[in-house]
Design a protein around this ligand. Structure first.
Ligand SMILES: Nc1ncnc2c1ncn2[C@@H]1O[C@H](COP(=O)(O)OP(=O)(O)OP(=O)(O)O)[C@@H](O)[C@H]1O
Ligand SMILES: [Mg+2]
Length: 594
């Protein structure tokens, strides 16, 4: 997109943030003159009826108003309303609708490649309504379309994929591989070919997380089920502070229609709760209400179908000219002719045929460079994690140096414990994890985690992973436990329970099981990602296993894989074995050593 188009986009922009111009924030204040909006990757999530299609339509309206080509993959036949005004009385945008009940022309399931070529050459705005195709036909269409678009497109184009989990699911079933591969490539590498993608889904749990992780902007509408909320929080967790995550977690189930949390950590450096503006075009995705008379738009914007027909005819002819099956048949026909008329064939052979040469080499080089940069970015993210951890350790060491009366750099000999007091009377428990009197639940949970790791002690960071408490609560509880002398810090950073602490835990405290029972315990308890990674290390034990092998076996990208490994290390379930390898902890196998 050119700067002039960007300015036009801004002039047309009314995506409001509480009365302000959304695009003001998006385009001008933040990144005036950057020409990458159209080629960006955007994710729009939220439960049914929360406003996802409306938000995506608003984005499409803005792009169309700025004469930026937009194509929409529309599995629910909900997008044709872009052609008419809000009340259906005026024209909307001249966008051609192919397929569905309101199409200008039907959409053949075999037309994916031809339509992609048309888009790449002429860039007419298109709604591709798959509403009348079967699920498998729609997937085949999308595979053909995305593959060919990636191959041929060279100018800026924005593709919206509504119900994107249909085409890029987390579980890639049999027969889905090609469709997923085509969408994945488009999302991952489309930018070099001028293609940006907006993915819309109400099934956050079902959309492919590797694809979702490519988004530069996440727009999270109302979500209530934890299963669908987790992917949103997971996506945001990489960059958000604990407070920001808490804000999202506490409010996301109560957002109004059209309201969303918008986060773009790098591209826009933006995080806020946003009320999207309503669409200016006809709401063709509105759910019919009982007794309501449906408005049927009276005026639709004119589209140049003649041009489309001619172009499609040209494109189809050209497609035929390069179709391998047709070519093979043609070769056979020619060979037959050749056998009959050898002289004529010789003459034909001498004729020079000009073949257009595509500069694929240049593209290949760019793609290789991007791959390298991807790799470097992952390495930098890992390094950043390590630095953040180290800074945390140093900060805590400094705090302890400043705290009067606490030795830091040499191990503190365990203090003589006061004479055992009789265990305090216990209150009835609502959840079986009731603290003893005087000790709050948070302190009890932290103390339990410390006592369960009495061999090596735990660090503060490990406590966060083990208990889920954010840093400030964790430190508050720890401080109280230190004051009561229920825990002690030995060496630089290892926290251990004291005898008094173990007594204070009371009879409800269960140490972690050992050996095979410990493995079972974690198999019940670990979240899916960590579990999958742990199982690979467990299967390889006592041998170490390559990180790359874990990625291959689980399908997790480097960054997710390393996050899971980091958490498993915190739980002392895997250890670094050097040279990019990790090993399952011996404690999972009856304490036997390898
Ligand atoms: N920004 C908005 N301003 C005003 N109303 C809105 C806005 N967004 C959504 N709505 C209202 O909410 C309804 C549902 O919106 P929409 O169809 O966009 O939801 P959706 O999340 O795509 O739903 P589904 O999951 O069923 O496809 C719309 O018909 C409209 O009435
Ligand atoms: Mg929708």
């Amino acid at each position: 997109m050119t700067v002039a188009q960007l300015r036009a986009l801004h002039a047309a922009g009314r995506w409001s943030i509480e009365g302000e111009e959304f695009l003001d924030d998006w385009m001008l204040q933040q990144r005036c003159g950057r020409n990458d909006a159209v080629t960006e990757t955007i994710g729009i999530l939220g439960r049914k009826g929360s406003g996802k299609t409306t938000t995506a339509s608003v984005l499409a309206e803005e792009l169309l108003a700025a004469k930026v080509p937009v194509a929409i993959i529309d599995p629910t036949d909900a997008w044709w309303g872009l052609r008419s005004s809000k009340d259906g009385k005026e024209e909307g945008f001249p966008i051609t609708v192919l397929g569905g009940d309101h199409g200008d022309a039907p959409l053949e399931e075999t037309a994916g490649k031809v339509i992609a070529e048309l888009l790449a050459e002429e860039a007419p705005p298109l709604v591709l309504s798959l509403g009348n195709l079967s699920k498998s036909a729609a997937r085949r269409f999308v595979a053909d379309f995305c593959e060919r678009l990636y191959e041929k497109n060279r100018t800026a184009l924005h593709l919206v994929i509504d119900e994107a989990d249909e085409f890029a699911p987390q579980r890639i079933g049999k027969g889905m591989e090609r469709t997923f591969g085509a969408v994945d490539t488009l999302v991952r590498r489309g930018r070099v070919r001028g293609i940006g993608v907006t993915m819309v889904t109400q099934r956050s749990a079902a959309i492919n997380k590797d694809v979702l992780s490519q988004c530069e902007v996440l727009i999270a509408h109302r979500t209530s089920h934890p299963r669908d909320l987790d992917p949103t929080l997971e996506w945001m967790r990489v960059h958000a502070t604990a407070e920001q995550l808490e804000l999202v977690r506490a409010s996301i189930a109560h957002l109004a229609n059209g309201e969303a949390w918008v986060m773009s950590p790098q591209w826009l450096s933006f995080f806020d709760r946003v009320q999207m503006r309503d669409r200016t075009t006809f709401n063709s995705s509105a759910t019919p209400k009982a007794g309501e008379r449906r408005i049927v738009p009276k005026r639709l914007a004119q589209v140049d179908l003649q041009l489309l027909q001619t172009k499609m005819k040209d494109t189809i002819e050209r497609a035929k000219a390069t179709d391998p099956n047709l070519l093979r048949r043609r070769v056979m026909e020619l060979e037959a002719q050749l056998a009959k008329a050898p002289k004529a064939a010789t003459a034909a052979k001498e004729k020079r045929v000009e073949v257009p040469v595509l500069k694929e080499g240049q593209l290949k080089r760019i793609e290789a460079a991007i791959e390298k940069l991807d790799h470097i970015r992952d390495r930098m993210a890992q390094a950043q994690q390590v630095v953040v951890g180290e800074v945390d350790v140093l900060r805590q060491a400094l705090e302890r140096v400043r705290a009067p009366g606490v030795a830091v750099f040499k191990p503190i000999a365990p203090r003589p414990q006061p004479a055992p007091r009789p265990p305090p009377p216990r209150r009835a428990a609502a959840n079986g994890e009731q603290p003893d009197d005087g000790m709050g639940k948070g302190e009890w949970v932290i103390l339990r985690a410390v006592a369960q790791h009495e061999q090596a002690g735990v660090t503060r960071e490990q406590l966060t992973v083990l208990t889920g408490y954010k840093r400030s609560s964790r430190d508050t509880y720890l401080q109280r436990l230190l004051q009561r002398e229920y825990v002690q810090v030995l060496g630089m950073n290892a926290i251990f329970a004291t005898d008094a602490g173990r007594r204070a835990l009371g009879p409800d405290f269960e140490p972690l099981p050992t050996g095979a029972a410990l493995l079972d315990h974690w198999r019940q308890k670990l979240p899916q990602g960590e579990l999958a990674v742990m199982e690979i290390a467990v299967a390889a034990w006592p041998e170490p296993v390559d990180r790359e092998r874990i990625s291959e076996a689980t399908g997790y990208q480097r960054s997710s894989r390393d996050t899971y490994l980091q958490r498993l290390r915190s739980r002392q379930l895997v250890l670094d074995a050097g040279r990019g390898q990790v090993r399952a902890s011996d404690t999972l196998f009856n304490g036997a050593t390898a």
